[in-house]
Each structure stands twice: as structure tokens, then as C-alpha cells.
Design a protein around this ligand. Structure first.
Ligand SMILES: [Zn+2]
Length: 124
């Protein structure tokens, strides 16, 4: 198994958010910025295409690929909405204004082909 870790933003169903009628405008969520290499906090807005709330329960998730080989991919998945799958700890330090705790991570193992199909449908 390789040791590199990859993070993807995907849209996925979250039962807790479904019952809480999330996402809604102004809900905060963590988004992994590939170019910068770290997590950013976004808020849902009603007038933006990508981050517009789509339908209840379909929320941004973080997929963290922890290991893979040519047969299987092992990854963790968490809803990235604040107060659901993540907590945001804010500080007064301008260099590090917040940190993010992942609260509710599930572990998965999928065959590479199944995982690719899954990504193709859910990527955003
Ligand atoms: Zn959720």
C-alpha cells in the first residue's frame, strides 16, 4: 500500500443533514482546496452555482484516501457540514484563524473500478 493521502470533495447523502433539512443558506462547510493544499471554510449562498444548496441531505463530503493499490482503495468519508461531520474551532491568531476537527469518519474499502465509478458520479 502507498502512504500518500489524497483528499477529494464529493457530494454524498448524509442522513443527519437530511433530517435537519441541510444544506441551507449560510451553513458552513469545509472544502479541500487542491491548489493550496488545505481546507477552506465556505458558506452556502443562494446565488452561487457550485455551492448552492441542491436538495436536502446531499451535502459536501470529504473523502480521504488513506491507501490504495492496483486492486483496492481504502478511504474515509465524512460529511463536511459544520455541526454534523466537522467542528470548526476559531481562534484570534491571524496566522491560524481556525482549525477543523473531523467528528464522524466512516472507513471504506472498494475495488478500484467501483471507486472510480463512484467518484465520477459524485465529484464536484
Ligand atoms: Zn451531514
Amino acid at each position: 500500500m502507498e502512504r500518500n493521502i489524497y483528499i477529494f470533495n464529493i457530494l454524498f447523502f448524509c442522513p443527519r443533514c437530511y433530517f435537519a433539512l441541510r444544506p441551507q443558506k449560510n451553513n458552513e462547510f469545509a472544502f479541500f482546496d487542491k491548489d493550496k493544499g488545505y481546507l477552506i471554510i465556505y458558506k452556502f449562498k443562494s446565488n452561487e452555482k457550485v455551492f448552492k444548496p441542491i436538495s436536502p441531505g446531499f451535502t459536501p463530503h470529504l473523502m480521504i484516501v488513506t491507501s490504495y493499490n492496483e486492486r483496492v482503495v481504502k478511504y474515509q468519508l465524512t460529511c463536511s457540514i459544520k455541526d454534523c461531520g466537522i467542528e470548526i474551532n476559531r481562534s484570534y491568531d491571524p496566522e491560524l484563524p481556525f482549525s477543523i476537527d473531523l467528528k464522524d469518519i466512516d472507513d471504506y474499502t472498494k475495488e478500484v473500478e467501483v471507486w472510480r465509478n463512484f467518484l465520477n458520479r459524485a465529484f464536484f
